[in-house]
Design a protein around this ligand. Structure first.
Ligand code: HEC
Length: 305
């Protein structure tokens, strides 16, 4: 997979098109919930400082030690990896990390690439049991606060993380390639314009944490199989608690990049809410829910990490 990503980056001359990081902008933590943006990633509108504290204390040191480096995920990296989630300044560490959907997914430990990608095997990196427990505790706090689910779930009931896994599998079991094609997903996203370039110029094979390709089978085989890619398009609404968990269209992931918000400052800009891609995505979403309502879904199908 990695070879494909690098090949894609090379083929499309990506290196350099989203290059160094400039430093304009106001106080990075200047937003209602303190994470420096207003992209809808905190539907409950909670004060997130308890989660930030867990990240600052127990998680930043881990990612700073394991994921940083000039060829890897440092904010100042110069290599081909452009998901640069390790801020140089520890004080901005949390803000930078949480603004990469590619790192945090919906914050459920069962779906956040910070855990799932490493567990699935990534660059020979592993976490110690303590590190994994610390990252999990931080994610649990984020997912509780952001969804307003702060009361601990009664023993024996489903966790938010387990509910995420359940509804993702159910939705995947309902989703079909026929509906994907009828919704025009591949053409709409692959050919969508972002400031003079098209999404598939940079994302055709899943490079840079997102897949969009006009080749329908190529896009389907990534989008509908890999959790990480699916989550950029759709996410899990946990604001009603685990029992009411449901898949929704993800607008947060597009908002950050489309407006060039930190840390996506150099991403080509586009209208993230009204566009041909969202029309296709909503159409696929509606068709999939209709199957659920009609009871014509396939068996739940766990998405791959
Ligand atoms: C010139 C190349 C280029 C084009 C064109 C482009 N992107 Fe990106 N995109 C990137 C890079 C590089 C990243 C990784 C860095 C980042 O997250 O800002 C990225 C990241 C993303 C992410 C992941 C953000 C996250 O938080 O994990 C999404 C979603 C995304 N792009 C959507 C799009 C969409 C939709 C289009 C077309 C409308 C598009 N991109 C067009 C280069 C591009």
């Amino acid at each position: 997979m990695r070879a494909t990503l690098l090949a894609a980056i090379a083929a499309f001359g990506l290196v350099g098109c989203v290059g160094g990081i400039s430093s304009e902008g106001g106080d990075p933590l200047d937003s209602p919930d303190g994470d420096g943006n207003d992209n809808g990633d905190n539907p409950a509108g909670s004060d997130l400082s308890a989660a930030k504290m867990l990240f600052d204390t127990n998680v930043y040191p881990v990612v700073n030690a394991k994921c940083s480096g000039g060829a890897c995920h440092s904010e100042t990296a110069t290599g081909s990896t452009v998901t640069r989630f390790v801020a140089t300044d520890a004080a901005k560490g949390w803000q930078t990390a949480t603004n990469y959907a590619a790192l945090v997914g919906n914050y459920a430990a069962s779906a956040a690439p910070i855990l799932t990608k490493v567990k699935a095997g990534h660059q020979g990196k592993t976490y110690t049991p303590t590190e994994e427990a610390n990252i999990t505790a931080w994610l649990n706090k984020e997912v509780e606060l952001r969804n307003g689910q702060t009361a601990p779930p009664p023993t024996g009931t489903e966790t938010l993380s387990a509910a995420t896994e359940r509804v993702l599998s159910e939705f995947a079991g309902c989703m079909t390639k026929t509906d994907f094609d009828a919704a025009n997903m591949a053409q709409a996203w692959g050919g969508m314009n972002a400031n003079g370039q098209e999404c598939d110029n940079c994302h055709a094979t899943g490079g840079n944490g997102f897949v969009a390709s006009r080749l329908s089978t190529q896009m389907w085989n990534i989008f509908s199989v890999k959790k990480y890619y699916f989550l950029q398009y759709m996410t899990v609404d946990l604001t009603g608690g685990a029992a009411a968990a449901k898949i929704i269209v993800n607008t947060t992931s597009f908002k950050g990049v489309s407006t060039g918000q930190d840390p996506h400052r150099e991403h080509p800009q586009f209208n993230s809410t009204t566009n041909q891609g969202m029309t296709a995505l909503n159409s696929l979403y509606t068709a999939t829910l209709a199957k659920k309502a009609a009871g014509t879904c396939g068996a739940p199908r766990p998405l791959q990490n």
